[in-house]
Write a protein that binds this ligand. Structure first.
Ligand code: ZN
Length: 243
C-alpha cells in the first residue's frame, strides 16, 4: 500500500485502502465489520498487515448519543498490537448506521534511522524532526530539519556547511528535482534564519517526502558512513589484538 494520505482535520486519511464493502454497525452482529478486511502499515511493527476487528462501539450508545465519528480497535495480524481507527458515520433513515469507507489513522509508523551514529545534538533534533514527519506535522518537520542542519554546522564547522551544500546540489541532479522544489528546500536547509522562523516556506506532503530523503541522505553522508567505517576498523583492530 502506498502512503498517499490526504490531510483531514489535522489527522490523515488513507485514500487507497482495499475496496471496502459497506461497513455497518449492527445491534446484534459484528459480521458486517469482520467481512470488510483492512490492511495498513502497522504503527507498531511497520509491517503491512491485515487487521482483525477486536472492539466495536456499543450500538445502543451510538444510537443514543449520535456521534459523528466513532473509533474501532483492530488487532494487527503480524504483531498482535491494537490499532485504533476512526470512521465517520451516516445514520440511515431505516435505523441502521453506516461507516465511512475512508478512515483516519490515529497512530503512524515511525520513520527509522541509524541515529546512533549522529552526534548528540544532531540526533536530538533529527529524531524530533522525524517524529513530526510521522504525525504529518510537515511545517514542524521542516523547521526541525533546519535546526538539524544548524546543529550539524555547529558540530562540523564551515566544512560541514559546505558538505551540506554539496549534498543538496548532488541530490537535485540525481532526483531530477524541479526548480521550485529545489528553491524551497534550499531555503529551508541553507538560507533559513532560525528553525522556528515564520519566513520558512510552507511545505506540502510531496515536498516533505523529498525533504525527508534529502535529510536522510545528508545525515548518512556526513555521519553514518563515517561511523560505520570506524566500527569496521575497530572490529578489525579487536581481531588483530586477539591474535
Ligand atoms: Zn503490527
Amino acid at each position: 500500500m502506498s502512503r498517499d494520505y490526504e490531510i483531514c482535520t489535522g489527522l490523515y486519511k488513507v485514500a487507497d485502502v482495499l475496496t471496502l464493502d459497506i461497513m455497518r454497525l449492527c445491534k446484534d452482529s459484528i459480521d458486517p465489520l469482520m467481512d470488510c478486511p483492512i490492511s495498513l502499515q502497522c504503527p507498531h511493527c511497520n509491517v503491512i498487515s491485515l487487521l482483525t476487528v477486536i472492539s466495536v462501539p456499543n450500538y445502543d450508545l451510538v444510537m443514543r448519543f449520535h456521534p459523528t465519528t466513532v473509533g474501532i480497535v483492530y488487532r494487527c495480524n503480524s504483531c498482535g498490537e491494537p490499532v485504533f481507527l476512526k470512521f465517520s458515520l451516516t445514520y440511515l433513515s431505516g435505523g441502521g448506521i453506516e461507516l465511512s469507507k475512508e478512515y483516519q489513522i490515529v497512530e503512524f509508523p515511525k520513520e527509522n534511522f541509524e541515529f546512533k551514529y549522529l552526534p548528540e545534538a544532531v540526533r536530538h533534533d533529527f529524531e524530533e524532526a522525524l517524529d513530526c514527519y510521522s504525525i504529518g506535522a510537515y511545517n514542524g518537520f521542516a523547521a526541525l530539519c533546519r535546526r538539524t542542519i544548524q546543529s550539524t554546522a555547529s558540530c562540523l564547522g564551515v566544512k560541514g556547511t559546505d558538505k551540506v551544500k554539496k549534498q543538496v546540489v548532488e541530490l537535485k541532479e540525481i532526483a531530477e528535482m524541479e526548480e521550485d522544489d529545489y528553491a524551497i528546500l534550499n531555503q529551508i536547509i541553507l538560507d533559513g534564519h532560525d528553525g522556528a522562523h515564520p519566513h520558512l516556506p510552507s511545505i506540502t506532503v510531496e515536498r516533505a517526502k523529498i525533504l525527508l530523503e534529502l535529510m536522510k541522505d545528508i545525515m548518512y553522508e556526513l555521519f553514518v558512513r563515517k561511523g560505520k567505517i570506524e566500527d569496521a576498523k575497530k572490529l578489525r583492530q579487536e581481531q588483530i589484538d586477539k591474535k
